[in-house]
Write a protein that binds this ligand. Structure first.
Ligand SMILES: Cc1cc2nc3c(=O)[nH]c(=O)nc-3n(C[C@H](O)[C@H](O)[C@H](O)COP(=O)(O)O)c2cc1C
Length: 210
């Protein structure tokens, strides 16, 4: 059974443009793959705690030496990591807020970046410890940034996912959604169409139980 992890990060929940694009894609995925499992991690509905010294301390303390509080921190982080590890495909809805990823999504990234768990350093550089898998990012923006030096968001997300091992990352942009309704509708329709195109390839890549 193939598992899809959906990571939602719009502050507008399912009304967010990024969520709507991801939800449409996932509905089509479920139709094509009725035995598939969808796991939803909504980082705005259920905020992931900001990284603190306590979190970092727990991450760096050997298992046998952890306090009860540190074990709780690790258990929570491990759950987020296992959602990523167990997924066959990951779909992220990522709005641009103030030139960056939503801070809620950054918190999620901070909780899954774990030395010895999701990456390790070697003599030849860092190695991701999560198996590669397709990740599809629906990136929604009020303005126009894609493929320009002003886009600090997509390259950062790509670098992060690659760092933990997920190198098969595809971005689908809906840009200019705050530049008039006509432009918005055209951008959303185009992004939805690109999602349909990506679906076929992703279904081919991911083993689907009949
Ligand atoms: C608080 C806030 C900050 C935003 N900052 C940017 C920005 O820096 N650049 C941009 O192009 N659009 C910006 N936008 C517009 C959003 O990227 C756009 O509305 C997008 O659809 C948000 O995705 P969502 O609907 O899934 O939440 C911002 C919107 C909000 C609400």
């Amino acid at each position: 059974m193939a598992t899809l992890l959906q990571v939602k990060s719009s502050i507008f929940g399912d009304n967010g443009n990024s969520s709507q694009l991801a939800n449409d894609f996932i509905r089509a995925w479920q139709q094509a793959n009725p035995n598939g499992r969808v796991v939803v991690r909504d980082v705005t509905a259920e905020p992931v705690p900001h990284l603190t010294a306590e979190h970092a301390g727990a991450f760096f303390t050997p298992e046998a030496d952890r306090t009860e509080a540190q074990r709780e921190i690790i258990a929570y982080s491990d759950k987020l990591v296992s959602e990523v590890r167990d997924a066959d495909v990951i779909v992220l809805g990522v709005p641009m807020y103030n030139f960056a990823v939503p801070s809620q999504l950054k918190s999620w990234m901070d909780q899954i970046a774990r030395a010895g768990v999701t990456f390790k350093y070697t003599e030849t550089g860092p190695v991701g410890l999560i198996d590669n898998k397709p990740a599809l990012v629906f990136a929604t923006r009020g303005g126009l940034y894609a493929e320009t030096p002003n886009d600090n968001q997509a390259p950062y997300l790509k670098q992060f996912l690659g760092f933990i091992g997920i190198k098969d990352v595809t971005f689908i942009y809906a840009e200019g959604v705050n530049m008039g309704d006509e432009k918005k509708q055209a951008a959303l329709a185009d992004a939805a169409k690109q999602g349909e195109t990506q679906l076929k390839g992703i279904l081919e890549k991911v083993v689907i139980a009949a």
